[in-house]
Ligand binder design. Sequence first.
Ligand code: GLA
Length: 364
Amino acid sequence: MGWNSWNKFGCNVSEDMIKSMADALVKSGMKDAGYQYVNIDDCWQVSRDASGNIVADPQRFPHGMKAVGDYIHSLGLKFGVYSDAGSKTCAGRPGGLGHEYQDAIQYAAWGVDYLKYDWCNTTTQEAKASYANIRAALDASGRGIVLSTCEWGTAKPWLWGQQVGGNLWRTTGDIQDRWGGQMKWPDGSCCSNGVLAILDQQVGLASYAGPGHWNDPDMLEVGNGGMTDVEYRSHFSLWALLAAPLIAGNDLRDMRPDIQDILTNRDVIAVDQDSLGREGERVWKDGDAEVWAKPLKDGSRAAILLNRGSAEREITANWQDLGYPDHLSAAVRDLWQHKDLGKFTGKFSAPVAPHGVVMVTVRP
Ligand code: GLA
């Protein structure tokens, strides 16, 4: 769990902004809720020096990257940076190709804890080999560094991500701050994904995730303004059910209380972080109504009743679809109302708002 600069700020990153975001992560209660990483995405780097060392933007990061890392660490948080397996990053900054070991030593010297490694400008490179290479370089640096691979799902990284030492792997193209499906980018290339488009691309991937190696359906858009609070609650709930990395992507310095409540909902976060480490799956679908379920460590289930449609709808989670017998009596807790709803036998039903979820745990 953490925060990343890309979804809200794009290339507009700086030392001051990152430090103030780290402060806000603490002040907002997000650190206490479990968010740890402060990750600088693309555009912190501008060139390489005569020896090939990567150079941070001297205007935007006047005290250098180690100072940023030291500040983040002084707050008890962890420090993440971004690079790319190819010759250039997606925003055209110098990539890591041919400098993997040199960069890994530099990252370790800066105190980097997390590396997101993108896939732009990789021409004929093979994804699995390229990510194995950066993993070996990170390991050789002697510092434990989380590797977040960002290959967008093209080469099915869920099949080899764990084997090459990836800790999380993007399963799709980029998320955009909207509810619906896929849309072409302004330049005509394909495609950005709304929440539902990403969700649908997770079907069938659950068995590849587990502790230390996760499917990554991309970072959160909660609080960025393109969706309603109902939709943001659904987005956050679904990502938690998917055991996804919860990487916030909004401006934490001026969050509305409603957005803060979403990002720090401890009942929902507990589902995401459950130590069994199982990713949830879609267990039932009828048109716009779906039920998603995730087994938890204590034998209970988290379940989401999801209404993708534009009219309120009653949705039922049948115990059989959760892997329980019909006759079982189980305690249901609503994770957004923070309320125990009592015992139910065989099924649980609730009206669900358009684009909304009802998220519960079912505990025998
Ligand atoms: C790609 C990634 C994004 C982001 C940008 C940065 O599009 O998928 O998450 O890192 O590059 O340029």
